[in-house]
Write a protein that binds this ligand. Structure first.
Ligand code: HEC
Ligand code: HEC
Length: 226
């Protein structure tokens, strides 16, 4: 209970911003260093050769605005979500595989400390997203319908019910999805469906009910959503 209480305090403190020092009630939990977005920017932009950490910006672009669909955009994403993903790319103690399998990112997070991951996540949350665009006119209507209303008869809920009407998500609970490259969104929905990404039960259930055509349509629609 003591532990749960301190976790709740930390979570609510984190939402108030980086300047608030959060007291820790549990005697066994040392106080966490303050989140430092400037340190996060430095590590994201330049990496750290001494620790064998490649510059994240070399793939994800300056400020996390990846210029090409091979790597997802990270700019403007909620810090809590980004932090969680970085943790999920690591192999948990006692587990064989990470909750989110991707050989490139599994290697990239290996050298990151908990503090590094919080700093980078905070930095990316301050960056303005330069959004991608939708490209497929033929599927926009289907994509929009799925996003706004789900798929009747298949038990697929409206994406908007969690990710918000414009796909910007809700900080700490639901990630921003709008303006992301369609290729990346499609790959994630497929990864949720086949279990390569097993870090969220509702998303696995939702994607598990969707056909390839439905996934492609909603992914393209989301890329153009503002
Ligand atoms: C060699 C290219 C490369 C480098 C370097 C790289 N990434 Fe990635 N990153 C990727 C790819 C590709 C993905 C998509 C993974 C997938 O499909 O699951 C990704 C995914 C991510 C995600 C998940 C995004 C989301 O919306 O869920 C985060 C967060 C991330 N990277 C952060 C970082 C950070 C922080 C660093 C530096 C320490 C870094 N990346 C370095 C290629 C790279
Ligand atoms: C019940 C709430 C809920 C609904 C409904 C929902 N999502 Fe999600 N979605 C989430 C949560 C929570 C996550 C973050 C999972 C994690 O922690 O990795 C997520 C993650 C995602 C991601 C990964 C984002 C990234 O950057 O990697 C995509 C893409 C996504 N959802 C698309 C959709 C689409 C498309 C729909 C509608 C068909 C949908 N979601 C419906 C809750 C929901």
């Amino acid at each position: 209970m003591k532990h749960v209480l301190s976790l709740m305090l930390v979570a609510s403190g984190a939402m108030l911003g980086a300047t608030v020092a959060v007291p820790s009630l549990a005697a066994d939990a040392p106080p966490r260093p303050k989140v430092d977005a400037a340190k996060g920017e430095q590590l994201f932009t330049n990496g750290d050769a001494a620790r064998n950490i490649i510059a994240c910006a070399s793939c994800h672009g300056p400020g996390g605005n990846s210029p090409g669909a091979a790597n997802p955009k990270l700019a403007g994403q909620h810090a809590e979500y980004t932090y969680k993903q970085l943790v999920n790319f690591k192999v948990k103690e006692g587990a064989k595989t990470p909750e989110r399998v991707n050989p490139v990112m599994n290697a990239n997070v290996a050298g990151l400390t908990d503090e590094d991951m919080r700093n980078i996540a905070a930095y990316l949350g301050t960056q303005a997203l330069k959004p991608a665009v939708a490209r497929n006119k033929d599927t926009v209507e289907l994509g929009q319908r799925i996003f706004r209303a789900g798929i009747a008869g298949k038990g697929v809920p409206a994406c908007a019910s969690c990710h918000g009407p414009t796909g910007t998500g809700i900080p700490s609970q639901y990630p921003r999805v709008s303006g992301q490259f369609a290729e990346y969104t499609e790959a994630q929905l497929v990864a949720f469906r086949n279990g390569t990404r097993h870090n969220n039960v509702p998303m696995a259930e939702i994607a598990g009910k969707m056909s390839d055509a439905e996934i492609k349509a909603v992914a393209d629609y989301i890329a153009g959503l503002r």
